[in-house]
Design a protein around this ligand. Sequence first.
Ligand SMILES: Nc1ncnc2c1ncn2[C@@H]1O[C@H](COP(=O)(O)OP(=O)(O)OP(=O)(O)O)[C@@H](O)[C@H]1O
Ligand SMILES: [Mg+2]
Length: 311
Amino acid sequence: MAPHPQRIISESPSMKKILADIPNIALSHANIFITGETGTGKEVIAQAIHSHSARSQCPFIKVNCAAVPDTLIESEFFGHEKGSFTGANAQHRGRFELADSGTLLLDEVTEIPLLLQAKLLRVVQEQEVERIGGTSPIKIDVRLISTSNHGISSAINQKLLREDLYYRLNVIPIHLLPLRDRVEDILPLTDYYLEKMCHQNGRPLKTLTADARQKLLDYQWPGNVRELANVLERAIIMSPSTTITPDLLLIDQHSLKPSLPIGLSLEQLEQQFILQTFEACQGNRKKTATQLGISLRTLATKLKNYALGFK
Ligand SMILES: Nc1ncnc2c1ncn2[C@@H]1O[C@H](COP(=O)(O)OP(=O)(O)OP(=O)(O)O)[C@@H](O)[C@H]1O
Ligand SMILES: [Mg+2]
């Protein structure tokens, strides 16, 4: 069954355009590729497309490609037969089979190991999967929605994503702007979350002072809508009265006035930023990955590329 569609707030021209396009996009069977920073609403849009599509009564299955260990990812995608490898104690249907007739969300698609990307390409082309240890292919009818919060051309350049697969997955591209580039959405989202969260927390409806609203408009929101929702929930819980003042909005002051090194390419900037974070974390990969909000696998690939002198 389709998940309950959630309300999507959209006052900015870019979000309005995306919402207006959804019914049309949903009607097609084409694969969709949604890009945007973390917390911009990629999953929300993917669910909305599924809910509007003729597939809405069939499964909406999500696979977080960054969270599945390399050793399990093939079985997770395509399934396996009993006894096909040590530990395969029972037959297992993969996510492609589970999503048959519906939609499969490939979250963080650049995290799929390159070897598996080659297999995935074949599945997308042939519309059939073979379980590990299976003897015959199984026909599937799945619409793929892929997401990534990386710049795609840099993911292709850095060999994180096969270009041929990308073209198969990216029939319809959707790009979600960061919240700081669609400020028209900040206050409507704020009002929506205030109402929703006051209700959820059993509090009377709270309002923000003019200063507090301005503080939300001035902030850069690196965590986008998710961060805004968290900041508001904290403020609702902490505020002793029905008024929320700026001091209750606990945001990272460093992000208020960004000072960006001008003259570097995005790739150089990313490299510098990653290496500096790595140094600040005393070479601890796990800590660095957590701090940067990327998976260990992505970090390892990037560090390896830098060491080899790739950009
Ligand atoms: N336009 C919107 N209106 C209402 N809520 C939104 C909107 N966009 C995002 N949200 C909410 O913000 C949170 C983050 O959205 P979502 O999980 O879709 O982001 P994402 O781009 O998939 O992030 P990530 O890259 O970290 O997976 C969710 O709780 C979602 O409900
Ligand atoms: Mg997501």
